[in-house]
Design a protein around this ligand. Structure first.
Ligand code: FAD
Length: 513
């Protein structure tokens, strides 16, 4: 029998693998997804996501469906051992067209992502197949799988492989790629519940910064609620992993059996780790296989979704001969610094929550109570918000001196040429586009067939080849960046922009549409 051939094999069908399968499936590539388990992982794990992540899911037409099952967040409240707030972090809308922070129930998200993949006939999902090993050849990669339903081994071939096989990635191990960093000794018990009867404050994310037992207390959608608390030194983890012990911790939060039904609990370690290399030849690590961070700012999964949002359009372009293979090197150089910064912020927020020394915790509470009365401090706090800017300083970018280059363009509502009000990416998303204000001539771009779209000011009449900038968001953004023409990559990041008095740099070498 002939070995099945694919453009891309994705190993691991968690949220990262499923997002990649949607992105590649939408591009019309032939894809195999290899997953050991028969169904989505039943434990909830991720409880929060952000606007940039949902924007990536929008690209594959799933944002509305996913948003319907999410709960917009109203900020994180940091409370002392008496439940009195001492600080609040508000999610700041960064203009991506979706709520800045939303709570999720991960199994529901995973399910919708997989339903999305079912739309693509060229994506073959091999559930209950365990990846065993791979063998890289000059033109393809051969993967050996174990069909867990029959015990038979099979091989498939793919031009490229995405290893989204989670934190214990066997592909990472097989290549001997280090996963440098640290694992914290403290273990955390995570409890997922179904809400039976609501209680005051059930709808707020609260970090109970009690030095005796810090606890995360978070509403999750579809009638769920999450608590997380640490196992103390001297406590036996196994003694805490039973309903009676869990009820003791919940009752300390004022929650009883009338409020919730316990759905499950598990113990996790927190890690700060990064794979030493994200690419070996034709194989790319993504998601937890490439990085691990503590969950404090709800970014582990989001970072993985960003990884494949960055990687998949590049793989598609290379496979279609639209860009040279060298562009694939920009995957790690663009993503790693961002992931490192996100992780840094997660660690800092965690330090705030888990302080165990009573006097230091009292000092922290006092400091925040006073400092948050000072407007400048609040501004600083907001500016140092959850997420670093969506900006790549290095990568597949035409550095021409324009401050617009490397930024994710905002996604306002615009009026398309038919007069319909839509989100920007519904017009430009997933493909290269040249956006410009006023008229102009950009032969190096026009000759490649990249669509040119002119931005008209708010209130203009819709016109062919134009979008009306309903609230002048794009016009203001471009003015701030001193650009009037920008070439936007399929992932929404600005590849090139005209610097004042200078022409728009040409497309990347070897580019064609
Ligand atoms: C308590 C907790 C809270 C969290 N909170 C958040 C949050 O609020 N927001 C957020 O963004 N993130 C959060 N995270 C992180 C998030 O859950 C992970 O980052 C995310 O699930 C990783 O997705 P992934 O697809 O990379 O890996 P996974 O979800 O781990 O998927 C990997 C898949 O690969 C499969 N696999 C592995 N090996 C093989 C093999 N050899 N063959 C075939 N298949 C294989 C596995 O079965 C699995 O299905 C949290 C994590 C925890 C533990």
């Amino acid at each position: 029998m002939q070995t099945p051939q694919y453009d891309v094999a994705i190993v691991g069908y968690g949220p990262v693998g499923a997002t990649a399968a949607n992105l590649l499936g939408q591009s019309g590539l032939r894809v195999a997804v290899v997953e050991r388990d028969p169904d989505v992982y039943f434990r909830a794990r991720a409880i929060s996501t952000d606007e940039e992540t949902v924007r990536i899911w929008q690209q594959v037409g799933l944002a509305d469906r996913l948003n319907a099952d999410m709960l917009p967040g109203a900020g994180a409240n940091f409370v002392d051992s008496d439940g009195r707030p001492f600080a609040k972090l508000l999610p700041v809308d960064r203009g991506n067209g979706h709520p800045p922070q939303q709570f999720i129930y991960q199994p529901a998200v995973d399910r919708v992502l997989r339903e999305g993949v079912d739309r693509f006939p060229d994506v073959e999902v091999l559930l209950e197949h365990e990846f065993l090993r791979l063998n890289e050849q000059p033109d393809f990669v051969e993967l050996t799988l174990n069909d867990l339903t029959t015990g038979a081994q099979k091989t498939i071939r793919a031009s490229y492989v995405i290893a989204s096989d989670g934190g214990s990635s066997s592909i990472r191990s097989q290549f001997g790629i280090g996963f440098s960093g640290q694992t914290y000794s403290e273990r955390w018990i995570v409890i997922d519940t179904k809400v039976l009867n609501e209680w005051p404050g059930h709808d707020r994310l609260r970090f109970h910064c009690n030095p005796a037992r810090p606890t995360v207390d978070c509403p999750t959608p579809l009638g769920h609620h999450r608590w997380e608390f640490p196992v103390h030194d001297g406590e036996n983890e196994a003694d805490l992993l039973n309903e009676e012990a869990i009820w003791k911790v919940l009752s300390a939060q004022g929650i009883d059996r009338a409020n919730v039904k316990i759905l499950g609990f598990a113990c996790y370690s927190h890690h700060v780790r990064f794979a030493d290399r994200w690419r070996v030849g034709r194989v790319f690590l993504a998601g937890d296989a490439a990085h691990a961070m503590p969950p404090w700012i709800g970014q582990g999964m989001c970072a993985g979704v960003r990884d494949v949002g960055n990687l998949c359009w590049k793989l598609t372009a290379v496979l279609n001969g639209a860009l040279p293979v060298a562009v694939l090197d920009s995957y790690q150089s663009e993503r790693l610094p961002h992931v490192k910064e996100v992780t840094n912020r997660a660690v800092k927020v965690g330090e705030l929550i888990i302080e165990r020394t009573r006097w230091k915790a009292a000092l922290r509470n006092h400091f925040f109570r006073i400092a948050t009365k000072v407007p400048a401090f609040n501004t600083w706090l907001l500016n140092n918000r959850w997420l670093p800017d969506a900006h790549y300083p290095e990568g597949l970018l035409a550095r021409g001196g324009s401050p617009a280059v490397g930024w994710l363009i905002p996604q306002p509502r615009v009026v398309d040429e038919n007069g319909s009000e839509v989100l920007l990416d519904d017009v430009i998303g997933g493909r290269w586009t040249l956006l410009h204000i006023g008229s102009g001539h950009w032969p190096s771009w026009q000759s490649t067939g990249v669509p040119l779209i002119r931005i008209l000011p708010a209130g203009s009449e819709p016109a062919p080849g134009c979008i009306v900038d309903r609230d002048d968001v794009l016009t203001r953004w471009l003015a701030e960046k001193k650009a009037f023409a920008i070439a936007v990559r399929p992932d929404g990041f600005v590849y090139a922009a005209n610097a004042p008095g200078r022409p728009l740099p040409p497309p990347p070498k070897g580019f064609r549409t």
